[in-house]
Design a binder for this molecule. Structure first.
Ligand SMILES: *Cc1c(COP(=O)(O)O)cnc(C)c1O
Length: 385
């Protein structure tokens, strides 16, 4: 399906709402039926019906069609957060006693899901370095039900060979799931490589304006309907029609924003790499990135987020640099119009800082939609001060 068709037309039934270009926000909790037969039919198969907005809602359905098509998936569900789009399918598909093989250091709340939440239900996780395929083979047990991927990681950018991991998993009937927030479906489609379920935080690039929290899960209709019929409806992390409308609006400009963020990240990283105060710059599309070849194979382009370290990595130096930034904002999250910075030192106690730990030295920067020179100017004055 053509990208322009997906973003501008797919799912939009304009003749049903006065030929309005922008779809309506169907702000309703429930839907009525004319006959008992129709009512019974909807109640017996809510996945195919619009019955109650904790399940489906017409504004959300427009968004679901577009997001599924963007991922090259049969179906998609939207959630009230990215972490719900990760937690709900895992709760739906795993049982007590099951085992997960996960890449090490996934998104922070995903780690908490695996380390504190799932063990309450007897589900355990082995964390591995996902850059070597052998590590997956070694970690798989008879009770392994899920392989969990995040490629690239959003702090240190490790990749996994999606196609090869999918082959290993399929041979053992293990479900694969990937967090694709970093690339968004615009730059990477894990389903094309054989991954079963793809989650992403729509709070980031899909929304794109730092004004909505949401998540997406794509996959086969078989898996998606199974997840919908039980845990999705039970946990109730559904998105509001207004937030869905904001995401549809975000999608209209997704290609423009992704291209801009990518191009500016190229300019900013190449400037930083030449600056004498900078030690290393970690970005998947840099030639010196350790998995650069795999990145260019799997990804059509690169997200605008990278990390770097200072030549003088003392706590004071990192703090001074970040405190001096005037335009690049200090905050969590990313994917919006505004450029952001978060150093690891903000996430740990001062006395925990270990200068020999590379992760502790990292400063993560997200490049938004500002002019690249404007951002470089800000970095320059903060580094040179
Ligand atoms: C932000 C983020 C999430 C969680 O998404 P929310 O919308 O904040 O719940 C999950 N994975 C990655 C990689 C993220 O960056």
């Amino acid at each position: 399906m053509e990208l322009s068709y997906i973003l501008n037309e797919l799912g939009e039934e304009r003749e049903n709402y006065f030929n309005a270009v922008s779809p309506p926000i169907i702000q309703t909790s429930n839907f009525t039926f004319k006959t008992i037969d129709e009512f019974r039919q909807a109640l017996s198969n809510e996945f195919e019906a619009t019955l109650y907005s904790r399940g489906h809602n017409p504004t959300l359905n427009i968004l679901r069609k577009k997001l599924a098509a963007l991922d090259n998936a049969e179906n998609a569900l939207v959630f009230s957060s990215g972490i719900a789009a990760i937690s709900v399918p895992i709760l739906a598909l795993l049982q007590q006693g099951d085992h997960i093989v996960s890449v090490e250091n996934p998104y922070s709340w995903t780690i908490k899901l695996f380390k504190s939440f799932l063990p309450k239900f007897g589900i355990t996780t082995t964390f591995i370095d996902g850059s070597a395929l052998q590590n997956f083979k070694d970690a798989i047990r008879p009770e392994t039900k899920l392989i969990y991927l995040e490629s690239p990681n959003t702090f240190s950018y490790e990749l996994q060979d999606l196609k090869a991991v999918a082959v290993i998993a399929k041979a053992k009937n293990i479900i694969t799931m990937a967090d694709n927030s970093y690339c968004s479906p615009y730059y990477q489609k894990p389903i094309d490589f054989g991954i079963d379920l793809v989650a992403q935080s729509a709070t980031k690039y899909i929304g794109g304006h730092s004004d909505v929290v949401a998540g997406v899960l794509s996959g086969s209709t078989e898996l998606i309907s199974r997840i919908f019929n039980h845990e999705f409806m039970n946990i109730g992390a559904s998105l509001s029609p207004h937030s869905a409308w904001l995401l549809i609006r975000g999608l209209r400009t997704l290609p423009l924003r992704m291209q801009r963020s990518f191009e500016s990240a190229k300019a900013v990283t190449s400037w930083l790499r030449r600056h004498p105060a900078i030690d290393q710059v970690i970005w998947p599309f840099n030639n010196d990135f350790k998995q650069s070849e795999l990145a260019h194979e799997q990804m059509q382009g690169c997200g605008g987020m990278f990390s770097f370290t200072l030549k003088d990595p003392s706590l004071e130096k990192i703090e001074t640099f970040c405190n001096r930034l005037k335009h690049i904002l200090m905050a969590v999250s990313w994917g919006g119009h505004e450029s952001l910075i978060i150093p690891t030192i903000a996430t740990i106690a001062k006395d925990e800082y270990d200068v020999n730990n590379e992760r502790h030295r990292l400063i993560r920067m997200y490049v938004g939609l500002e002019e690249a020179d404007y951002l470089i100017g800000d970095l320059e004055q903060a580094l040179n001060n």
